[in-house]
Design a protein around this ligand. Structure first.
Ligand SMILES: C[S@@+](CC[C@H](N)C(=O)[O-])C[C@H]1O[C@@H](n2cnc3c(N)ncnc32)[C@H](O)[C@@H]1O
Length: 200
């Protein structure tokens, strides 16, 4: 199975120093392990101790456990004290019922709505990668790029609106992720993780 965005992640991270990556919702470590295999130092956080135990075991199988610092805890509570070059998030989608909605709006993400999660991680870095359902409202995802920047005064906002809009569109990239020809999810890249592929 191809992990979310792994191939293009490789290209993106190869274009600069890998640095430190936080995986805030590690689960059993699928993504954290791929980052470590790309020579990043990884901080892998999950609220569920059993998931972290399984992730440590999986990291050992891949021989990358020395590059991953595992933490049992609430990522959103710890975020304000964390530093990293990139934050990767694969937050819970609220169970299989995500498939039943035509458009998955960001308020359906867990443990908080997508806007709140993005605001919290934005304080760590602008270089953010999010794995989201295939039916996510893409307009809302693009709106998140706006949250990366401090609010502008209204007169300035009107004057340079179009220019800023075009700039922000360059600061986000969306990749579709397929598993056996089925669109499983999308990966949204913000900040330098979006720009890196253009540097090649
Ligand atoms: C969709 S899974 C992540 C899957 C992971 N990327 C993988 O490859 O296995 C979401 C994970 O977020 C964890 N989680 C939920 N709320 C959390 C929180 N506040 N802080 C940290 N982890 C949390 C859950 O325990 C779950 O393992």
């Amino acid at each position: 199975m191809r992990r979310a965005g792994t191939l293009s992640l490789q290209r993106r991270l190869q274009s600069g120093k890998p640095g430190v990556v936080i995986d805030g919702f590690t689960g059993v470590g699928g993504n954290a392990i791929q980052f470590a295999r790309m020579h990043c130092k990884v901080v892998a956080i999950d609220i569920d101790p059993l998931k972290i135990e399984l992730a440590i075991n999986n990291a050992k199988i891949y021989g990358v456990e020395s590059r991953i610092h595992f933490v049992v805890g609430d990522f959103l509570q710890q975020a304000s004290s964390l530093k990293a070059d990139v934050v990767f998030l694969s937050p819970p989608w609220g169970g299989p019922s995500y498939k039943n909605v035509k458009k998955f709006t960001l308020d359906l993400l867990k443990p908080k709505d997508g806007y709140s999660i993005f605001q919290i991680i934005r304080k760590i870095t602008r270089n953010i990668i999010m794995f989201l359902p295939h039916n996510v409202d893409l307009l809302q995802v693009k709106e998140l790029a706006w949250l990366s920047y401090p609010p502008l005064p209204l007169e300035l906002k009107l004057e340079i609106n179009l220019r800023i809009y075009l700039l922000l569109m360059a600061m986000i990239q969306i990749e579709e992720n397929y598993v056996q020809n089925n669109l499983k999810g999308i990966t949204a890249y913000f900040g330098n993780t979006a720009r890196a592929s253009r540097l090649r």
